[in-house]
Ligand binder design. Structure first.
Ligand SMILES: [Zn+2]
Ligand SMILES: [Zn+2]
Length: 341
């Protein structure tokens, strides 16, 4: 079968590799659609480390092709999505229900073979049957939707909260849809790419800000009678915007950090302490498929408007590069012929 293999930074190619063989506890999936994540671009450029020789990619949907003899809940032909990581099931975080921070977590497409291939295999626990009405295209976006939703569940906004979301990428946009679902009326989104900000408006942001054209802090103070926001969600993952959250949040307000910076961050801790600001972090997703899958199927978290491009698998390298384009939001990779799925 064909797969996108990472041999080192800048050294990625579509290669002919063996079709995975499943063990008794595993499921073989025929890939329908995969999605390009920011991580894939960073791995390609060498700014995010990955294990050489692995198949890239972690966001996908597909159809069960075969199941091992111990697999209980899945049958061939079922439409499924996959978890983006493997867990041990046995460490303290796993046992306490916080398996998204498993001590032995292995990420697909980073530490272990991923989904940018015609077929991929996973243990049964990491494969989830899709609810009726969910397309394969939408299925490929359940994972980023789950990351946005998990962050918002952690911070749990109420209808009366003013919420600022920094970053209008896929995670910021899914966080926005989640905040809308929680009922918050006043949501300010900041970002750089025009197309994403326009989409943020359509998805329920009451105000969008594009620094440096407008100063985010000035807007937030203006919108909150000088108090600052009740909640600030950082989904850009840049050291400067993470630091900026402190100046945007009100006294006794709350910050949720979901963006992952690639450098050290300097924070005004004194201001946080003196104003009793709560800081929460959110990593990957928890119960993603149990909770988010159906919300995507019901379009409470609508994945469709985030799909900006669809590329055939043969052009996947071009697709990963295109994710940097101004008008790119989420890029899907189609496996098989158009209309095959
Ligand atoms: Zn991702
Ligand atoms: Zn564990």
């Amino acid at each position: 079968m064909q797969a996108l293999v990472f041999d080192g930074p800048g050294d990625i190619h579509i290669k002919e590799v063996d079709k995975p063989r499943i063990s008794p506890d595993e499921v073989l999936i025929k890939t329908g659609f995969a999605a390009v994540c920011g991580t894939d671009l960073h791995i390609m450029k060498g700014s995010f480390p990955a294990k050489p020789g692995i198949i890239m990619g972690h966001e996908a949907s597909g159809t069960v092709e075969a199941v091992g003899e111990n697999v209980k809940h899945l049958v061939p032909g079922q439409q499924v999505v996959n978890a983006p990581y493997l867990i041990c099931g046995d460490c303290l975080p796993c046992r306490s229900g916080r398996y998204n921070v498993c001590r032995y977590r292995e990420h697909l497409g980073i530490d272990t073979d991923g989904v940018f291939a015609e077929y991929y295999k996973l243990p049964e626990y990491a494969v989830y049957p899709s609810p009726d009405g969910l397309s394969l295209e939408e299925g490929a976006l359940v994972e980023p939707a789950a990351v946005g939703y998990h962050a918002v569940r952690r911070i749990a906004p109420t209808p009366s909260d003013t919420v600022v979301i920094i970053g209008a990428g896929p995670i910021g946009l899914f966080a926005l849809e989640s905040v809308v679902a929680f009922g918050s009326q006043r949501i300010i989104v900041s970002g750089h790419r025009q197309r994403r900000l326009e989409l943020a408006k359509r998805l329920g942001a009451h105000r969008v800000v594009r620094p440096p054209e407008e100063d985010l802090r000035t807007v937030v103070l203006e919108e909150t009678d000088g108090n600052g926001a009740d909640i600030v969600i950082e989904a850009a993952g840049r050291p400067d915007t993470i630091a900026e959250t402190v100046s945007l949040v009100r006294s006794a307000g709350r910050i949720c950090l979901v963006g992952i910076p690639s450098q050290e961050v300097r924070f005004d801790f004194i201001s946080l302490v003196r104003r009793e600001v709560d800081v929460l972090t959110s990593d990957a997703s928890l119960l993603a498929y149990e909770r988010t899958h159906e919300l995507v199927a019901k379009r409470i978290l609508d994945a469709r408007p985030l799909i900006s491009h669809v590329f055939p698998f043969e052009r996947i390298i071009e697709a990963i590069e295109a994710s940097q384009d101004q008008d790119a939001i989420k890029i899907l990779i189609r496996f098989g012929e158009e209309g095959d799925q």
